[in-house]
Design a protein around this ligand. Structure first.
Ligand code: EPU
Length: 346
């Protein structure tokens, strides 16, 4: 082994991050290292040649807003590999490296004959980022298909395995946004895909597809295609127009607050939760305040979905946050609800 290999992967200095975040926001990493294995992470921890104080884990960069340069050492996760690791009468267990592209992985599982992730098609980002915000769409969230994950503790360098309980999944939330934020690097994720497969069709947009096509029992590939076409019609492709998906979480309010809002705005789109509380469609609230299609500076609100903020070209993170704050203020002014950003703001 060469001395260089022993010291770990190369550390790149002053790396532009614009191409590494789906919003296309400008920022520079003081130092960046690409990690392809648990051993790579440990070598970086053992040889702190970079001179940076902290560490910052970067996955696909599709749920992040950079408002400044990053002084911490950026660990760019590039762990590859996809395989079936278990098969029982009631599930397939499939594993992917955290650096794999999420959508590519979903497509591959279907091609192998292991369906179950089709409702989560076309979500931008990497496999490793999926558990961090517990990605979800069209009636399925990652937690519903999760088996376990491997991560490296960034303090001790030890590899650990976490089950669903340890990940503390919530709506667009997990332990990786709280107690383990910045302390852990996910290297591999295992999904549990239930057998026999059953389509999840409850979501309004999918029911519409059933009605339009007359196909009442779509196969997994058909459902995958439907989800892709619904998303393409509503959400901007980050390769063409910078964005980070939904910018705000759908707010959850008390039954009293919900009744009050419905009393004043009977049209408000809302979903009752099992505990009696109510989830409101943030996109509807923002739309009702007249923001759809608006532009402030070089940041804007997407024409077809008010929940998505976009980079109209050359926007800075500060411009995106200025727009986000203006939206939060007008939604608060009209509905008394504080919208919470969904992406990680750096
Ligand atoms: N709506 C409006 N105006 C708008 C946007 C939405 O009136 O500008 C209404 C829609 O007509 C609909 C309701 O609001 O009745 C909800 O909209 P939609 O079905 O498009 O979904 P969403 O609540 O806006 C959530 C997720 C998406 C996910 C979709 C589909 C969050 C924050 N967002 O969006 O996730 O794809 O459901 O399941 O939970 C993401 O997290 O980045 C993301 C895109």
């Amino acid at each position: 082994m060469s001395p260089d290999a022993d010291a770990g992967p190369a550390i790149e200095q002053r790396v532009p991050l614009r191409e590494l975040n789906s919003f296309g926001l400008p920022a520079v990493a003081r130092a960046l290292v690409r990690v392809r294995s648990d051993a790579d992470v440990r070598r970086v921890l053992e040889h702190p040649r970079h001179g940076c104080a902290g560490k910052f884990v970067l996955g696909g960069g599709s749920n992040i807003v950079f408002t400044r340069d990053v002084d911490a050492l950026v660990l760019k996760v590039e762990v590859a590999g996809r395989r079936l690791v278990g098969e029982t009468p009631d599930a397939w267990i499939v594993e992917a490296g955290a650096g794999e592209n999420w959508h590519g992985f979903v497509d591959w599982t279907l091609a192998q004959g292991w369906p179950g992730l089709e409702n989560l098609a076309l979500i931008p980002g990497s496999v490793g980022a999926a558990p961090v915000q517990n990605i979800g769409a069209y009636g399925v969230e990652l937690a519903d298909r999760f088996d376990s994950l491997d991560a490296v503790d960034l303090v001790t360098g030890r590899s650990v395995t976490l089950d669903a309980r340890a990940c503390r999944f919530g709506y667009r939330d997990s332990v990786f946004k709280h107690a383990l934020s910045g302390k852990s690097l996910i290297t591999r994720v295992r999904l549990r895909l239930p057998r026999p497969w059953r389509p999840v069709l409850g979501y309004l947009d999918l029911e519409r597809k059933v009605a339009e096509t007359g196909i009442e029992s779509p196969d997994p590939r058909t459902l995958f295609d439907w989800v892709c076409s619904i998303r393409r019609a509503k959400l901007p492709d980050p390769a063409l127009l910078g964005n980070a998906g939904s910018f705000f979480k759908n707010p959850v309010v008390s039954p009293e607050q919900c009744r009050d809002i419905i009393g004043r705005d009977p049209e408000v789109v809302h979903y009752l939760l099992p505990d009696g509380r109510c989830k409101l469609a943030a996109g509807w609230l923002i739309d009702a305040c007249g923001w759809k299609g608006k532009t402030v500076g070089r940041a804007g609100v997407y024409e077809k979905q008010a929940l998505v903020l976009v980079n109209r070209g050359g926007a800075s993170g500060a411009e995106v946050l200025t727009l986000a704050r203006a939206i939060q203020e007008s939604v608060y002014g009209r509905f008394g609800i504080r919208l919470e950003p969904e992406p990680v703001v750096v």
